[in-house]
Design a protein around this ligand. Structure first.
Ligand code: KIV
Ligand code: NA
Length: 264
């Protein structure tokens, strides 16, 4: 199948079609999602939480992200691979942002990057795009600013809606090919989508966005604990894996595994 390109995502919005994104951090899951027709794979800095066990996305480094990015790029055939610029890898200057973005394209095999932040980062986005690095802008709730925002909270409510729309417009004008919104009221996300020519992606942002994204460990029920309200769980992988590991342990202890068929 033909590779997904950024112009295909633009066309989806023009033609009123939806597209999909899932996070991926390794080659095998990337391969499975790609074969299932998921259009875009996000090497999210949520790898800090879901792969490395950190409490927030803040600690993950560029070098760590590069390992996940390379792995996903190796597993993807059709999907567009987007990699997050992690906390501390772009904020200082447009030069720092370009340097990091280029590394993800050159060493990480990414096809695009995602950067958190509003209109303030328009210059960073413009410089990345000029360097040949396609950019998704991430607005609304931005997990790298969890402490600045005072925890996981819906953004863009009430008067803040205007600022969110202004941010989205500035980032589009700077050359972002897509704007991702996290935890934004559905009607505000719809307004942002209507204000932009470029496609939008939502997570906890209602159904008006062009695309939707979920973290795979949430979507497949691997993660323990209470899920955010915006997650729909499509499988219970935690039980599947737990039960399989238990059956294996019992077989080894009882001597049922390995049997003759598994022996030489
Ligand atoms: O890192 C991530 O998984 C993300 C998505 C939640 C959009 O940025
Ligand atoms: Na992220």
């Amino acid at each position: 199948p033909a590779k997904v390109r950024i112009h295909h995502l633009a066309r989806a919005k023009e033609e009123g079609r939806k597209f999909t994104m899932l996070t991926a951090y390794d080659a095998l899951m990337a391969e499975v999602f790609d074969a299932a027709g998921i259009d875009t794979l996000l090497v999210g800095d949520s790898a800090a939480n879901n792969m490395m066990g950190h409490a927030t996305t803040l600690p993950i480094t560029v070098d760590e992200m590069l390992v996940f990015s390379r792995s996903v790029a190796a597993g993807a055939q059709r999907a567009l691979v987007v990699c997050d610029l992690p906390f501390g890898s772009y904020e200082e200057s447009v030069e720092q942002a370009v340097r990091t973005g280029v590394r993800f394209m050159k060493e990480g095999g990414a096809h695009a990057v995602k950067i958190e932040g509003g209109a303030y980062y328009a210059d960073h986005v413009r410089a990345l795009v000029n360097a040949g690095v396609p950019v998704i802008a991430h607005i609304g709730f931005t997990p790298q600013s969890e402490h600045a925002l005072g925890g996981y909270r819906v953004q863009g409510r009430g008067d803040a809606a205007t600022a969110l729309i202004d941010d989205a417009r500035a980032l589009e004008a700077a050359g972002a090919f897509c704007v991702l919104m996290e935890m934004v009221p559905a009607e505000v996300a719809a307004e942002v989508d209507a204000a932009l020519d470029v496609p939008t992606i939502g997570i906890g942002a209602g159904s008006a966005t062009t695309g939707q994204v979920l973290v795979w460990q949430d979507m497949l029920g691997l993660r323990r604990g209470r899920l955010p309200r915006f997650v729909k769980q499509y499988a219970d992988l935690r039980s599947v894996v737990h039960d399989a590991a238990t059956a294996y342990r019992e077989d080894v202890v009882s001597g049922a595994f390995p049997a003759q068929g598994q022996s030489f």
